[in-house]
Design a protein. Structure first.
Length: 133
């Protein structure tokens, strides 16, 4: 099921755009997903990273949590979950859900409302230059 109450993007579209998510195998039934283009300027650590556990072909990722300060008295709490299945060694499909909740008295002042985006996804392995292996 596709849900988009955030008025951000088009969750109903069938995007084939490359999102550039990096998967790193932990070697012990775990892996991480991260954005290869977003690193902390001070530490070099990924700005976005999710730890995931694999059971057979199915996987579940720990929620990604981030608090974004809008003003001194308004914070946007972002929570993202991801789960799915590896359909073979080079393809996965699953579900992604992101919820955004504004906390603080300035939320109403700036018109920030709580919302959710949920969608199914399909992904395939590519090399760093975007080609299939």
């Amino acid at each position: 099921e596709t849900i988009n109450t955030c008025e951000a993007g088009d969750a109903d579209s069938d995007s084939t755009e490359d999102e550039g998510i990096r998967l790193t195998d932990g070697g012990d039934g775990t892996f991480t997903l991260g954005d290869p283009d977003a690193e902390d300027a001070d530490t070099g650590a990924p700005m976005f990273e999710m730890s995931c556990t694999l059971e057979g072909e199915d996987f579940t990722c720990d929620p990604y949590l981030e608090d974004i300060e809008i003003t001194a008295t308004a914070t946007l709490a972002v929570r993202m979950t991801l789960d799915g299945t590896f359909t073979d060694a080079e393809h996965m499909s699953g579900n992604s859900t992101a919820t955004m909740t504004c906390v603080g008295p300035d939320c109403a002042t700036y018109g920030v409302e709580d919302c959710e985006v949920a969608a199914n996804f399909d992904a395939s392995l590519t090399t760093p230059d975007g080609r299939a292996p």
